[in-house]
Design a protein around this ligand. Structure first.
Ligand code: UDP
Ligand code: MG
Length: 325
């Protein structure tokens, strides 16, 4: 129950990269749902991730009509993860929801999410799609495999089909912001912070307008990033492989010595030698590669670069004025 007119604020954080056609639809739908949300006031925070189309004009247009539309615009495309971080950092609401601009995260779930936070005592409500209809089958297959492997090798709880779409309270937002890593993998971060989390399930919805920003290749790299960020299992794999090969080599040496002693030494078998050398050097390169991945991430992390750069934002950030003084 809202107490004497003092309404809580809910910020909808929307990362948008080339979403000129989807944003107006999103706003319309969110407004429709927003009217059903009694007890909270909605506020929008669009994060323009360096779009090259008219996304920013659309946002400015909406902002002129509606003061509750806030925005942050990046100097270039920094990726969805950076956009989410910027959104959380600049969101003023007591509750914050992260939502895609393409309506694949249905705003119609918001009332139920809010209820879970306000009445059922949860800190965070996540959403997961239980079907992947409308998605290329090969993409679904790899996604499933990724979740299966990831859950085996990482302590972060990463749910299959989980979306970035979630509603959370201040406590959770602050926890996520306290994880200031540069290589961000939100699905892992959300799982890692814990708190009382409820899952809502829904059927996959296809994009309302525009097209997906993720190629298969981009997704694959993203999955690898996720593994490196939330698991050190590949390093263990490298060590185990090394050990196995040592043992195999040892056995082979014994075998050859004994065979030579018993049967003499016919000089044959160079093709098998070539195969062994190729295999072993391949495994070595793989292991060095794995090491390299972790080293590269550490390298980027120690540079401590900003996660995003702002070109323009509303409302203006007060900090910049303090920093000048
Ligand atoms: N997005 C972004 N920066 C990017 C790529 C995507 O902010 O570099 C946003 C995009 O505008 C959308 C959301 O992330 O709001 C999800 O992207 P998309 O719908 O293309 O991904 P899919 O749903 O196909 O996985
Ligand atoms: Mg989408």
């Amino acid at each position: 129950m809202p107490q004497d007119g003092e309404k809580k604020k809910m910020t909808l954080v929307v990362p948008a990269y080339n979403e000129e056609s989807a944003l107006p639809l999103f706003y319309q739908e969110a407004e429709r749902v927003g009217k059903q949300l009694t007890g909270v006031e909605i506020e929008y925070l669009f994060v323009d991730d360096g779009s090259s189309d008219k996304t920013m004009d659309v946002i400015r247009g909406l902002h002129e009509k509606d003061e509750r539309i806030h925005y942050v615009s990046f100097s270039r495309n920094f990726g969805k993860e950076a956009a989410i971080y910027a959104g959380l950092e600049n969101a003023a609401g007591d509750y914050v929801a992260i939502m895609d601009a393409d309506l694949q995260d249905p705003p119609s779930l918001l009332p139920e999410m809010l209820k879970a936070l306000e009445q059922e005592g949860y800190d965070c409500v996540g959403s997961r799609r239980v079907t992947r209809k409308g998605e290329p089958p090969i993409r679904s297959f790899f996604a499933r495999m990724f979740y299966r492997i990831m859950n085996k090798i990482s302590s972060a709880d990463i749910v299959d089909g989980a979306r970035d779409f979630q509603l959370m309270n201040r406590k959770v937002v602050d926890a996520i912001l306290s994880m200031g890593e540069y290589n961000r993998f939100s699905k892992g971060i959300f799982g890692w912070v814990g708190f009382k989390k409820k899952w809502l399930e829904y059927e996959n919805v296809e994009r309302a307008a525009g097209e997906t920003k993720w190629s298969f290749w981009k997704l694959l790299l993203y999955a690898l990033d996720g593994i490196v960020a939330f698991s050190t299992a590949p390093l263990v794999l490298a060590s185990v492989l090394g050990m196995l090969f040592c043992i195999a080599a040892f056995i082979a040496i014994l075998f050859i010595i004994i065979r030579t002693l018993i049967f003499g030494d016919p000089t044959s078998g160079w093709p098998s030698m070539v195969c062994i050398i190729m295999l072993v050097s391949g495994v070595q390169l793989l292991c060095i590669g794995i090491l390299g991945q972790y080293l590269a991430k550490t390298y980027l992390e120690t540079k401590n670069r900003p996660k995003y750069l702002v070109e323009e934002q509303y409302p203006e950030k007060k900090k910049t004025q303090e920093a000048k003084g």
